[in-house]
Design a protein around this ligand. Structure first.
Ligand code: BTN
Length: 255
């Protein structure tokens, strides 16, 4: 069914018609020695998880709900690079199939015309400074119509179909994503992060622009200057100071 022409990714594929979350299945698989590159795919998720304990709407057969088990031989502190790598993979695939240039909103939302098309959720199991495994969850809105999204997110969410007026073949897109992921990951392991950083920044939403930063401690205006080697957000404050932000909600300043 999946017809994958890859070296290591998707050698084992777990496919569920319906499941609460592919993340849960992927964690279980990983704890039972699942291979590096194991893929979990669902047609539907009944309680899809987003970042910061948010919900992820995963309507049946309308999108790609996929989790990937990786066993990278890198320091846990570098794991955020994998999320940024994944974002560039999704952006590349969306760009190559739709010809619409997406943007990546830090850390990992994929936007088309400023609305969210895809999100990434990375979860890691590490012990004593060693990664046991990483689960990278990707949710891509593909064939939803506007009213497939709940009212509250309709103004913020979009799908490939809404942006292109075209229905997309989900299996083909999955193949494209996995093949591209494998290439990009292999290059990353061989050559390190610089090419991912460059690519990420070329898609980066609001790079060079003023943003409104809201962390747990404070709120302030700053210029978004790029991403750091370890995946942190690099900003320049109005006082000219360069800072790295690791987490917190970033609200994008609108004039
Ligand atoms: C976000 O933008 O908040 C991240 C969304 C991640 C959604 C995907 S869908 C496949 C995988 N399973 C989940 O429950 N979540 C991720």
């Amino acid at each position: 069914q999946w017809g994958l022409n890859t070296q290591w990714i998707g050698k084992s594929i777990i496919h569920k018609t319906s499941t609460p979350s592919t993340q849960i299945i992927a964690h279980q698989a990983a704890q039972n020695d699942a291979l590096h590159g194991t893929v979990v795919i669902a047609d539907e998720q009944t309680s899809g998880r987003g970042r910061m304990s948010r919900q992820w709407h995963s309507t049946k057969q309308k999108g790609i709900w996929l989790s990937l088990v990786l066993r990278p031989n890198i320091s846990p502190y570098l794991a955020p690079q994998l999320t940024l790598l994944t974002a560039t993979v999704l952006a590349d695939v969306i760009y190559s199939v739709t010809k619409i240039r997406p943007q990546i909103k830090w850390p990992n939302d994929i936007l088309m015309h400023s609305k969210k098309t895809a999100g990434i959720l990375t979860e890691m199991q590490a012990e004593q400074d060693q990664i046991q495994y990483v689960v990278i969850g990707m949710g891509i809105n593909v064939n939803q119509a506007k009213n497939d999204f709940p009212d509250i997110i309709q103004t913020k969410a979009t799908s490939l179909k809404i942006e292109t007026n075209q229905t997309w073949d989900i299996v083909k897109l999955i193949q494209e994503i996995l093949v591209t992921f494998e290439q990009s990951y292999d290059t990353y392991i061989k050559n390190g992060f610089p090419h991912i950083k460059n690519k990420w920044e070329s898609y980066g939403f609001k790079i060079g622009k003023t943003i409104w930063v809201k962390t747990l401690q404070e709120e302030f205006k700053a210029i978004f200057s790029g991403i750091a080697e370890d995946g942190a957000l690099l900003i320049k404050t109005m006082q000219g100071e360069t800072k790295q932000l690791y987490s917190g909600e970033i609200n994008w300043f609108q004039k």
